[in-house]
Design a protein around this ligand. Sequence first.
Ligand code: NZQ
Ligand code: ZN
Length: 401
Amino acid sequence: MLNFTLNIPTKIIFGKGEVNRTGEMVKEYAKKVLLVTGRSSTKKTGSLDKVTKSLQEAGVDYVLFDQVEPNPRAETVDRGGQIARDEKCELILALGGGSAMDAAKAIATVAVSARPIHEYIRGNKTGLWKELLPIKEALPIMTIPTLAATGSEANSTAVITNWETKEKSSIGGPGLFPRVAILDPELTYTVSASYTADGAVDMFTHLYEAYMTGDENANVQDEITEGLMRNAVKYAKTAIDQPEDYNARAHLLWTSTLALIGIANAGRGGSFPVHQIEHTLSAHYDVSHGRGLAVLTPAYFRQIIKKDRPHRLARLGREVFNVTLEDDSAACDATIDALVSWYKEIGTYDSLKNLGVKKEDLKLMAEETIRISGLGKDSIAATHPLTAEEILRMYEEVYES
Ligand code: NZQ
Ligand code: ZN
């Protein structure tokens, strides 16, 4: 096991009806907040009313910024930051999915620094990100997730896209840890079957990435990871079939938070290559992040993991999908089959072609992944450094499934 320091400063409040405590929590930090949401769901579902009522009851002023699009864009963040400065907001409160929460973190950053968020995005040609990351200073942040997927509610990461340059990358640093995260599973009842499934794939992928690429002498972390993966698989289908099953929604939400809060990867390290390859895809084609991960994973497992660390993929299959084959190579194939069956069962099995991707863009996307996520090298980190050619072969395998 590797040495590690684990700091999880976010206070987590979990449970039915806890959204009604928003005002009470915010009041400890601010008298006026910028309330950041997506464009429509929080109004349609009533979650926005619950939050604004709670703020009003606590005597907290708010300015609503309801312009965040899925795969949040740099220009939207910059607009939000300007409003937060002009209105002298003291805290950024996010209500929504990963996109609203990530935009809120980025807005909290630019509200203080007054720099365009694009300067923080890795790979951009100015290279300023090398000085600006990790982000230490930002306005206080609070999160209320309405979708179980990213874990953004309690981690110090945000993912932002510069749409003009098609650069999507994570930014992060201690300044981005939310002070408080309110996890009320009832807010996720209204998530569509499709986003529920994509969210389950996202949390599952957060779990397997470092499990495949990290240090192999971290059994505690591996068993935590396997337990969380089993829960993502177990509860996704129930939540899709019975959207108001509290138990299923609660387990999915808590799994998504735990998957990317640092616990499973502490002492294991590891990298997130499938995320980096997917981020290029959603930067170019604006697809749902979880759907992109579902498309790419079978190729990554077949082409990279089965060759580099077959015993890890075989272990995942045995521990999560009840694969019983003793031979690792055969168990790897059975694991990929089981994963694809799960994707099909929850409706996320897809291909790049079906997502609207043009075949002639695959090479460019492979090269862009290296430019943006390679930190100046000609590869991205994985079980071995992955080159643009290897990424292209993965894109090609899943072009038509
Ligand atoms: O935008 P609105 O109108 O709010 O609707 C959203 C959106 O259309 C809707 N939605 C959210 N909650 C709902 C709901 N609809 C009905 N009922 C509810 N309760 O769902 C759609 C998708 O929302 P979005 O926030 O885009 O999804 P998700 O939570 O999957 O977030 C995806 C973003 O997070 C980034 C992704 O790259 C992507 O940009 N990620 C962030 C991470 C982090 N901060 O740690 C890690 C992840 O790996 C990921 O990269
Ligand atoms: Zn993800």
